[in-house]
Design a protein around this ligand. Structure first.
Ligand code: XIL
Length: 301
């Protein structure tokens, strides 16, 4: 193929980008999106603060802008994210206990129901594990409602949208040797053994200037549990041939595992990245030109 999306499709996979509704009027951005990608993730527009700014009042206007753009052009939509400790609306940040648990269930149910049939995969729960050596859960208002909050969110999402693939998504779970990766692995293993509905693990894959040497192992081990793996928020620091080589390695690792079903980069041009100007971690420069990293990915696909 001559584009990322078409080449990935030849391998039975998708190649996506995080999209901001506010950039859909930028013609350079939209031309790249339409030409290169066959999946989109809303960068912020489907998060809890965006979709339920006041309790019980749901707003889907900006999420719908992205969904409508994508579906009109035959692109898939990844939903991101139904439950997270961050980017909660103020009213939810101030809640706790059984009232928060009810609000969580209502939120997951309403948002997943609204997008039923339009979203092929949901990040049901985002970033629920702690960094460091413990391998346990991150403290948050959601975690303090009880350790079962994650499985409750997954069961609620399954009921609301039985056709969507349901993912657990996190960062720093790319290295197999990390305690955080092991903690997530044990949770997925437990969910599979008890019939909690989970279909996928999302590796955010926000990288510095190197890729963990055991990244392929991580993908293989999660896949062996009987879940898909998606690379959900890829961006890599550095520049030139080093950055290109790292992008090639990530692409090759995904293609090496049948259950690694797609890659999403977290933005289109470097200037669109949440890491800019500290890093220029994407596949197109600020003018929309293809970088060496782009060519490395396309050649690896
Ligand atoms: C980031 C967005 O890119 C920013 O625009 C926003 O200000 C903060 O969130 N992990 C995630 C994403 O799961 O939702 C985050 O996106 C990046 C880290």
């Amino acid at each position: 193929g001559t584009t990322l999306g078409a080449s990935a499709a030849e391998k039975g996979r998708y190649f996506g980008a995080a999209v901001a509704a506010g950039r859909l009027g930028d013609s350079t951005y939209v031309n790249l999106l339409n030409r290169e990608f066959n999946s989109v993730t809303a960068e912020n527009e489907m998060k809890m603060d965006a979709t339920e700014p006041n309790q019980g009042q749901f707003t889907f206007t900006n999420g719908d802008r992205i969904v409508n753009h994508a579906t009109a052009r035959g692109m898939k939509v990844r939903g991101h994210t139904l439950a997270w400790h961050a980017q909660q609306p103020g009213w939810m940040q101030r809640m706790e206990g059984s009232a928060l648990r009810s609000a969580l269930v209502n939120h997951v149910s309403r948002v997943a129901s609204y997008y039923r049939g339009k979203v092929f995969t949901w990040d049901v729960v985002n970033e629920a594990f702690a960094d460091g050596s413990g391998g346990g859960r991150r403290d948050s208002n959601l975690q303090r409602t009880g350790n079962d909050w994650i499985e409750v969110a997954f069961r609620t999402a399954r009921t609301a949208d039985p056709g969507a693939k349901l993912c657990y998504n996190d960062y720093n779970i790319d290295s197999w040797s990390a305690a955080k990766t092991q903690g997530v692995y044990r949770m997925v293993q437990d969910f599979k053994s008890r019939g909690v509905p989970i279909d996928c693990v999302g590796l955010q894959s926000h990288f510095g200037t190197s890729i963990p040497g055991d990244y392929l192992t991580t993908i293989q081990r999660f896949a062996a549990l009987g879940v898909d793996v998606q690379i959900t928020e890829l961006d890599i620091a550095g520049s030139g041939s080093q950055q290109a080589d790292n992008y090639r390695r990530v692409t090759q690792a995904c293609l090496a595992v049948a259950r690694c079903t797609g890659i999403t980069v977290w933005g289109i041009r470097d200037t669109d990245s949440w890491r800019y100007p500290n890093d220029s971690p994407l596949l197109f420069d600020g003018s929309g030109n293809k970088k060496a990293a782009y060519t490395a990915v396309l050649n690896a696909l």
